[in-house]
Design a protein around this ligand. Structure first.
Ligand SMILES: Cc1cc2nc3c(=O)[nH]c(=O)nc-3n(C[C@H](O)[C@H](O)[C@H](O)COP(=O)(O)O)c2cc1C
Length: 359
């Protein structure tokens, strides 16, 4: 379904959530090529580092015409810094800027950024207003339900932010205290939807399948959904969800050949954007996400976690295909006992080691 954020039309109301360490240019292009996604977001970027022209901050916002439309996510605690960083993004032609109010990491919260903003509404509003007043591009805010179960502050904060002119609220249905534990709280998201009347609310959390996306829409009344970890091992999730919402029909899971073809392109882009050594190194953890849907995968993962050269990948794939034959039936399909468990709306998603400390 088409959708507008600010005044900008988007091809769909299915968004890629920011995932630090993953949602770089190669991943976004890979997702976009498969189709169905309406807006992609970068990893969180430190506003101060962007102003200081820090090399890694600039790398995080690297983009190209095919990577559109794009939101860059900023974090920080100083209104002047967020404003100036937003002005830099606007001058570079970035169409959307998002503010991180959900990051639970101690390093970010200790400094008053990320989830800490959920506890100081006056400060959060000052910060966002400085940006909204300075730029013409739409500003969105991504937050959690509150600091903990006793302080579910998101509905009030979201309403106040909408009143100062944000174009949309992205709400992850967990508290800061929860980290990634438990299940997404759809009633909590619904409370935010009900509190905010004038801008779209985008629901986020635990969407692993088209059915889970539909449940998020149905039970919360949100205007769009944002998908993070579900896109790791299923970059097809946007296309399949768009199809399911339009027709009620579930498309079959991609075959191993399709997955490997997409992975190969993804790796090639990593090499192009980061160089062979860094691109291959960074692809190791990405590969472990893709391979979750391969069936037996020990021999593949064992070698991929040492990937150093692009050419090794082709060798690993060839060897893996040979090894995997022992698990196939006479039609070349994985025997039942070896098939990965089918994804359903309740599939829990593994959290890669470290995000709570690292982002
Ligand atoms: C590895 C990892 C990195 C993340 N990085 C960010 C980030 O940079 N900014 C942010 O707002 N949220 C970040 N998140 C949170 C996700 O955007 C999302 O809110 C959360 O994972 C719940 O959605 P999901 O169940 O669809 O993944 C990250 C999550 C993970 C697992």
């Amino acid at each position: 379904m088409s959708f507008a954020l600010g005044k900008l039309p988007l091809a769909s109301n299915l968004f890629l959530a920011p995932l630090a360490g993953y949602t770089n240019l190669p991943f976004r292009l890979t997702i976009r090529e498969i189709g169905g996604v309406g807006l992609c977001t970068t990893d969180l970027v430190n506003a101060r580092s962007l102003i200081d022209k820090n090399r890694s901050a600039n790398k995080l916002i690297e983009t190209c015409p095919a990577d559109s439309p794009l939101a860059v996510q900023l974090f920080g605690k100083e209104p002047a810094e967020l404003r100036d960083a937003a002005l830099i993004l606007e001058a570079r032609g970035i169409p959307f800027v998002d503010v991180n109010m959900g990051c639970p990491v101690h390093k970010v919260c200790r400094n008053g950024g990320g989830s800490a903003l959920l506890t100081d509404h006056a400060k959060a509003i000052r910060l966002v207003k400085a940006m909204v007043d300075a730029v013409k591009i739409p500003v969105t805010c991504k937050m959690r339900l509150g600091w903990d179960a006793d302080n579910l502050t998101a509905p009030d904060l979201a309403r106040a932010l909408a009143d100062v002119g944000v174009a949309g609220i992205i709400i992850h249905g967990r508290t800061r205290e929860q980290g990634f534990t438990g299940k997404v709280n759809l009633a909590g998201i619904r409370a935010v939807v009900e509190a905010v009347k004038n801008v779209p609310v985008i629901g986020n959390g635990d969407i692993t399948t088209p059915r889970a996306a539909k449940r998020m829409f149905d039970e919360t009344g949100c205007a769009a959904v944002s998908i993070g970890r579900g896109a790791f091992y299923n970059p097809w999730i946007f296309r399949h969800t768009a199809h399911f919402l339009a027709t009620g029909e579930e498309l079959p899971e991609p075959t191993l050949d399709e997955r490997l073809a997409v992975m190969t392109k993804h790796l090639d882009r990593m090499v192009e954007v980061f160089g062979e050594a860094q691109g291959c190194r960074q692809f190791r953890k990405v590969s472990l996400q893709y391979s979750r849907r391969f069936g037996p995968v020990k021999e593949f993962d064992k070698r991929m976690i040492h990937l150093n050269h692009r050419q090794e990948f082709d060798e690993i794939v060839t060897a893996y295909r040979r090894w995997r034959q022992q698990f196939l039936d006479e039609h070349g399909q994985l025997r039942q006992a070896y098939r990965p468990r089918s994804l359903d709306a309740d599939t829990t998603i593994a959290v890669p080691r470290g995000p709570n400390e690292k982002w």
